[in-house]
Design a protein around this ligand. Structure first.
Ligand code: SF4
Length: 465
């Protein structure tokens, strides 16, 4: 993906969270494996909290880097005696991303014991809430929304975590999926619009598990039950599973970018398989923007499914015209623009024997700033492609995201205030074609009003309060 992100100055994260409660299960170990499955959602840091351990304290290990860097001996985690565990992989950018203090889970001690929190998303009213708490004497050690929630819970004054969360979470405005634990129960919460995904599964042998994506359940042999509803709080403890709505007037607005780019192809969101949706996006794209060409290629990895759908529909051969070096992190996690740009060159290369002398349809899932597209076209031309027609399996991105996805401010977007006709000259492509919004929604297969599409349409869901 061309997710050349950004220096928007906004604090944003798109992370992976997971965690569960069970008797007699190696929960820390299972959580670690789930984090491996969620690694695509963040590579900046990883961590696990488990408990209650000795002295009823929570065990915590976290650090910068990939899951395998932080937990090189994951088998050792089988030895951790616990009834709960929660985990986190973090995506972030800029200085903040390199700050080890912002790694999660966040563990805090308050008057009723210990609290561990992980989250995915972005709070729009965090500045105001932080100032309010600081005026009351709160001292923050991190920049995370997890710490904000922990402080609010601690000040609630109730020994019942569940009740405290039900009181304070409605005050949070934004996109979030939290998993919180005091060592005795694990609580999952989704914001009132359900921007960020969070699903529930049962564990073989008893207990329940939550994760940002269903691919994590497959990895640990858990059985998917359902996605959490927007505004829902699910509590898992020795009494089993219970649930209740805690946010008034919930309304589903799942981020459509989860289907286009973020989620893993083997995950299902709202019952829709991500790979199949991407293939259908490609098919629809071929119907809207067919072009005379010799081969179709996709930008690996997230555009391969759309490229195969395009080729199928167009009756053109799908070829692996571009390969990716898998040992270099995703372009969009590099914290500076320079690093991001260098990353593309190191990471992608064309297969000369495939593209030489050919008219190529190159499929990418989206264009943000356009700098990566310039490089992709250059790579194909350098390998001898006679024509390069860029086809994008989503509409033009014309606005930023205020709900936790790292998209630059509008004026940095290549499609901002420009028609599609102006773009080929800028990126040196022979032509470009974006999938229309209507066909994007049709390919996803969910009602348009159940999806957030604001960075494409400019119609941002208004948050209450
Ligand atoms: Fe997703 Fe765009 Fe909505 Fe942000 S604005 S939540 S990236 S669809």
């Amino acid at each position: 993906m061309n997710y050349e992100l950004l220096n928007s100055g906004k604090r944003q994260e798109a992370c992976g969270v997971c965690g569960g409660y069970a008797e007699d299960q190696p929960l820390a170990f299972l959580t670690c494996f789930s984090l491996y499955a969620l690694q695509h959602r963040g590579q900046e840091s990883a961590g696990i909290a488990a408990g209650p351990g000795e002295g009823r304290k929570l065990w915590l290990k976290k650090g910068m880097g990939l899951v395998s860097d932080v937990f090189p001996d994951s088998a050792d985690l089988k030895g951790i005696v616990c009834k709960m565990a929660i985990g986190h992989v973090r995506y972030s950018y800029g200085q903040e991303g390199r700050n080890p203090e912002n790694t999660q889970p966040l563990k805090l001690r308050y008057r009723y014991g210990e609290l561990a929190v992980v989250h995915n998303g972005h709070l729009l009213n965090s500045t105001g809430l932080r100032e309010e708490l600081e005026c009351q004497g709160a001292i923050f050690q991190t920049d995370t929304d997890s710490e904000l929630l922990a402080h609010m819970v601690a000040r609630q004054g109730s020994s019942c975590l569940e009740e405290s969360l039900a009181e304070v979470v409605p005050r949070l405005k934004g996109a979030f999926a939290f998993i919180v634990s005091d060592g005795h129960k694990v609580i999952g919460i989704r914001d009132g619009y359900g921007f960020r995904p969070l699903s529930l599964a049962s564990l073989d042998g008893g207990g329940y598990f939550l994760a940002s994506e269903t691919c994590a359940f497959d990895t640990i042999g858990a059985s998917f039950i359902r996605d959490l509803e927007p505004g829902e709080m699910v509590v898992i403890d020795e009494g089993g599973l219970r649930s209740r709505p805690i946010i008034d007037f919930p309304c589903s607005k799942l981020c459509v970018f989860e289907f286009i780019y973020f989620a893993r192809p083997d995950s299902n969101l709202q019952g829709k398989n991500v790979h199949l949706v991407r293939r259908e996006l490609g098919r629809q794209l071929a119907r809207e923007h067919l072009v005379a060409a010799d081969i179709v290629s996709g930008v690996p990895d997230s555009s391969i499914a759309a490229a195969s759908g395009f080729a199928e529909e167009a009756g053109l051969p799908y070829e692996m015209g571009m390969v990716k070096n898998r040992y270099i992190g995703r372009t969009f996690i590099k914290p500076t623009q320079k690093m991001r740009e260098e990353g593309v060159d190191i990471k992608l290369n064309a297969v000369k024997k495939i593209v030489e002398g050919k008219k190529v349809v190159l499929i990418d899932d989206s264009i943000v700033r356009g700098t990566t597209s310039v490089k992709l076209i250059k790579i194909m031309r350098r390998a001898g492609a006679s024509e390069v027609h860029l086809r994008i399996s989503s509409p033009p991105v014309t606005g930023s995201c205020y709900y936790g996805i790292d998209i630059p401010d509008a004026h940095e977007l290549i499609a901002y205030n420009r028609s599609a006709d102006e773009i080929p000259a800028l990126i040196k492509a022979d032509s470009i074609g974006y999938l229309s919004m209507d066909k994007t929604v049709e390919a996803v297969g969910l009602p348009a009003d159940k999806l957030c599409r604001a960075c494409f349409t400019g119609r941002y869901p208004v948050l209450p309060g």
